[in-house]
Unconditional design. Structure first.
Lengths: 806, 232
């Protein structure tokens, strides 16, 4: 009992003497365990939040779209649904009118002219039964607003531009509408309009309103062009889709039946959760490996410093089990603190990530429960590691004769042996390297811990570099020799000689126009198939894609992206199947045509396919255009052109060709928030490892330092030796970290994101700034860590340290 | 005088916990002298060595070593003083385990900025053939000889030896003492701290401390004895 009390008192003194190290090691464990728990549990809370959000707002299961520009009388499609054999399986349906528009949401300080859409739905009763709305600011519309020029503004667009909760904007035809709130709906949890990428909130504005208001704005009274429906729990969706396809074939206009899995917004958020998680898991594994390795090393070294006292205790006849208790009590302190801090770190990281995601994706429900199960599992590691790390040196100490445990470390075979070549220069230059070689295991553990942290750091930063690198490539490709080029999307197909296209060319702000075509489609080969859009362009005109292989000659053929060629296993001269629309009278029919691959282009957007304008006849679209490339007149900015063309009835959108890449850049800029949370944690981890290593080194080498000072070696020389040692550690760790980081980025871009985001080619790109940052963190910060020990070095009790008998 | 201590006192702690390690110490040591500071544990002999070597500061009095008043010297001057004036030899050797014997001696050269040849110095202590061994590969006596070689390599005029034979057997201890005595013969002042009265018999002069005060200072009782006749 008395022995227990003494040990506790002794342990308490140990804690008081070493509390900065104990706390720092506990934080290292906490970052590892808390970070691991936070990173590996995103699937859980994202799945919970997404499922509940889609459920609460009744995301459609099946959707029927009429051909662009086509309308039918309200009730027509609903009546068809009622007649399908599985009609009873349909739990709810809603007819809607969705019309493309241009939106002028300009403020006093900013011109905001973007493409958009107006979705009209039935707000009677409790609002739309399918794809209902959630107001984030302002208010929801109700049936009382029917027919009034009042809308709700899609939240992410409004947030991107910092628009107020309510206000006024203009839609095509310069018609003013008032927005009464900012809202979201399942199709817009992330903005992914057709033909664009997800997170396109900077370039696309969705307005939600009553069916009557939409009909009024479209001049399509009593008309709809869209139907969404939800199914009962046991419904066979595929059968119902087949039945619906058969049913809508009877409509006088073309119609397409889609499921929620065809919705890019939905798939971007849901089906990729697991693949996102795979990336987070890999980073979390590295984080915990680095933290555990570092904690193990540091605790091991702390315990090893008690070896001599254990030896003395054994020499005095104390039971080795009792002697083992003291270092294990320190481990217990670290373990308990690590777990407590780990909960805090886990909560902080979870909250930080949840905050970023909440800002990014305005779900009506965000549930971020603390990942107790994951944390308990990982906390077990956090609890065990300190004990194992202490137990090893204690076990070694109590197994040998007391005199062996009392012997100084170099006499125990931890010193260098054998012949060594004398090196030129002073011994001060040799010492750091010898110190590292004296304890290779300890050196490797330190290097490994810092390298793991740097690998994670580079993994996070490198992936962003790669994404932004791809965006830069895309931007450079889109601008080419005409950086001012503006893409004018028309709301329909028009003859090149039509007044609509003529009006664009006659605009005062426009210098030159070049009609073109953009068509939906898909590319296929024996190796696979994916969605594409076909740009029919004049290769001798104001802009043409750059070619990385092959050439465009007289004959028909396609220019595909390098990524498409790789994914479809295509070489120049191979044939590829292009599914594309062909005009038949006033309607369009999709056909499959074999095209020769003439060349490849470097755009990272896989689905971009180019065909020369002289072959527009293949689509039966000779002399027809649905987009116009425009060069502004001298002195005119994009906003001037946008303002003038906005008033033209046929114009759907006017955007700089870099608008898409700007939007992607902005979108990923927001994701940077998530990255920054982790970067901060990793930086803290690296700093703590460096500081603790320096502090423990100082203690372990106290006698050597004291001897140096006794011989008049100045403190700055001793510091230089310590810093050189840290520098070498830092350089080795940085090289390893960079190599690991590159491998990590390569794996994420070439394997993980290749599956998660197959539409993009993501080369491994590392910005000089990233490399510099990692090098600064790994080399400079680690090298200067010994400076943190200056105060203790200055206060060293020289006589006492020198007389200390190991 | 190479070493001059006047009215030197050293106290540790304050108030009722204060301990006087040195009190009213007057001491003059010239070059070429081999002085043994003798006394039981707690008599203040190591403190005296530390004060002379500027490892510790006197609480009162004046300490002049090689013309430098180290009681008023700055921290920087004290580092220079230790580098160029005194060299320590410790009971537990305090060699750098990561450096070979040759490199440990070279350390002394580097620290003092002297022009000594480490190989030649190692030869002079009889370890020329073990220059590339690490401390862990040497016996205790060999390690202490390396420590002496390190001190000699500084070419500093004062050797401060704290129980230099404390960890060694008699035979090895004698070899070490002979080496140190040689240094006095070469004009260095050698100050050896020990509690071993037998060792004091070989000194030119014995300074005996008790309770922090010098209780006797003079030639050893019975006259100076050759090292070969010592026995403990």
């Amino acid at each position: 009992m008395r022995a227990g009390g003494l040990l506790l008192k002794w342990s308490w003194r140990d804690l008081r003497a070493h509390w900065p190290k104990v706390a720092a090691i506990a934080v290292v464990i906490a970052i590892g365990t808390g970070g691991y728990a936070g990173l590996t549990s995103t699937t859980e809370w994202r799945t919970i939040s997404y499922d509940e959000s889609y459920r609460r707002l009744a995301m459609y299961d099946v959707r029927v779209d009429l051909a662009p520009g086509s309308f039918v009388d309200q009730g027509t499609v609903a009546a068809l649904v009622a007649e399908i054999p599985s009609a009873a399986a349909v739990s709810a349906l809603a007819e809607r009118l969705i019309i493309p528009t241009q939106i002028d949401a300009s403020t006093d300080t900013e011109t905001i002219l973007v493409r958009g859409s107006i979705t009209g739905a039935d707000f009677s009763g409790d609002g739309p039964d399918v794809n209902s709305y959630h107001a984030i600011t302002g208010r929801l519309l109700s049936q009382d607003d029917a027919g009034k020029p009042q809308v709700m503004l899609e939240r992410t667009f409004a947030k991107f531009y910092g628009l107020p909760d309510s206000g006024r904007l203009a839609v095509s035809g310069d018609r003013a509408v008032d927005f009464v709130g900012q809202a979201t709906t399942p199709e817009y949890f992330t903005v992914a309009p057709e033909g664009e990428m997800f997170m396109s909130e900077a370039t696309f504005a969705a307005l939600f309103t009553t069916l009557e208001t939409a009909q009024s704005l479209a001049g399509a009274s009593g008309q709809v062009n869209n139907l969404v429906l939800t199914l009962g729990p046991d419904a066979d969706r595929d059968s119902i889709v087949a039945e619906l396809e058969e049913a809508v074939a009877s409509l006088p206009v073309g119609a397409t039946v889609l499921t929620r899995d065809d919705n890019l917004s939905y798939t971007a958020l849901t089906t990729d959760i697991d693949q996102d998680q795979a990336m987070f898991n890999a980073l979390a594994a590295l984080l915990i490996a680095g933290a555990v390795g570092a904690a193990f090393n540091l605790i091991h070294r702390m315990a090893e410093q008690q070896r001599r006292e254990i030896g003395i205790g054994m020499a005095l006849g104390v039971n080795p089990r009792v002697l083992a208790v003291r270092p294990l009590l320190v481990s217990a302190q670290i373990a308990i603190l690590g777990v407590v801090f780990g909960v805090v770190v886990g909560v902080l990281i979870g909250n930080a990530m949840a905050t970023v995601f909440t800002e990014l994706i305005p779900l009506p429900v965000w549930e971020t429960p603390f990942p107790t199960a994951v944390f308990v599992r990982v906390a077990a590691i956090g609890l065990i590691v300190p004990f194992v790390a202490s137990a090893m040196p204690v076990w070694r100490a109590v197994r040998v004769a007391p005199i062996e445990a009392i012997k100084p470390s170099f006499a125990r075979g931890q010193a260098l042996k054998g012949r060594h070549r004398r090196r030129p220069g002073t011994t001060f230059a040799v010492m750091p390297f010898r110190n590292l070689r004296r304890s290779p295991r300890r050196t490797m553990l330190t290097i490994g811990g810092i390298a793991a942290a740097l690998t994670v750091l580079m993994g996070f930063l490198g992936i962003m570099d790669s994404v932004f690198g791809a965006v830069d490539t895309a931007e450079s490709e889109f601008t080419g020799d005409s950086p001012d080029r503006i893409a004018v999307a028309l709301d329909n197909f028009y003859p090149i000689a039509s007044p609509q296209i003529g009006a664009v060319g006659e605009a005062a702000t426009v210098e030159r126009v070049e009609p073109a075509l953009r068509l939906p489609g898909s590319l296929a080969s024996a190796a696979g198939e994916f969605e594409a859009f076909v740009d029919v362009v004049d290769f001798g005109g104001m802009w043409r894609p750059s070619l990385t292989a092959g050439e465009v000659g007289e004959g028909p053929g396609v220019v595909v992206s390098e990524k498409a060629a790789a994914d479809l296993d295509l070489a120049i001269g191979d044939m590829v199947t292009l599914r594309h629309p062909v005009r038949e009278g006033l309607a369009y029919r999709f056909v499959e045509t074999e095209f020769e691959v003439l060349a490849t282009h470097p755009s990272p957007l896989r689905g971009v396919v180019y065909v020369a304008m002289e072959h527009a006849g293949l689509f039966n679209l000779d002399g027809i255009a649905n987009t116009v490339n425009v060069l502004p007149a001298g002195g005119m900015a994009t906003t001037d052109v946008q303002r003038e063309l906005f008033d033209l009835q046929a114009v759907a959108s006017v955007q700089s060709v870099t608008a898409v890449t700007d939007a992607v850049r902005d979108a990923f800029g927001q994701i940077l928030g998530v990255i920054q949370v982790m970067v901060f944690a990793v930086l803290l981890l690296a700093l703590l490892i460096a500081f603790n290593t320096a502090a423990i080194n100082l203690e372990a080498r106290a006698r050597e330092h004291a001897t140096m000072f006794a011989f008049g070696v100045k403190m700055r020389t001793a510091l230089r030796i310590a810093m050189t040692e840290s520098l070498v550690t830092g350089v080795a760790a940085t090289m390893l970290g960079i190599a690991g980081g590159l491998a990590m980025v390569w794996w994420m871009t070439s394997r993980l994101l290749a599956e998660t985001l197959p539409e993009f080619a993501l080369p491994v790109v590392l910005q000089t700034e990233t490399l510099l940052f990692v090098v600064i963190m790994g080399v400079v910060v680690v090298a200067v860590a010994p400076l943190l020990t200056v105060r203790r070095m200055r206060r060293m009790d020289l006589p006492g340290t020198l007389r200390l008998m190991e | 005088m190479l070493i001059e201590l006047k009215d030197v006192a050293k106290r540790f702690g304050e108030g009722s916990l204060a301990v006087t390690a040195l009190d009213d110490v007057q001491l003059l040591i010239d070059q070429g002298e081999f002085v043994v500071v003798l006394g039981p544990s707690g008599s203040g002999k190591t403190t005296l060595l530390n004060v002379v070597g500027a490892l510790d500061a006197a609480s009162a009095g004046t300490v002049r070593v090689n013309g430098v008043d180290i009681t008023t010297a700055s921290r920087r001057e004290l580092f220079d003083f230790r580098a160029r004036t005194v060299s320590f030899i410790f009971q537990s050797f305090n060699l750098f385990p990561g450096l070979t014997a040759w490199e440990n001696v070279q350390f002394g050269v580097d620290a003092a900025g002297s022009d000594a040849d480490p190989g030649a110095v190692l030869d002079s202590v009889g370890l020329g053939d073990k220059a590339d061994r690490f401390p862990s590969e040497l016996s205790g006596g060999e390690q202490q000889r390396v420590a002496i070689a390190r001190a000699l390599a500084t070419r500093n005029p004062i050797l401060l030896c704290d129980e230099p034979t404390g960890e060694l057997d008699f035979r090895t201890g004698v070899q070490i003492l002979e080496l140190l005595q040689e240094q006095a013969g070469k004009g260095r002042a050698v100050l050896v701290v020990t509690h071993n009265r037998e060792i004091s018999r070989m000194a030119d002069r014995v300074v005996e401390l008790s309770g922090g005060r010098i209780v006797s200072d003079g030639a050893p009782r019975g006259g100076k004895t050759p090292v070969s006749e010592l026995n403990w």
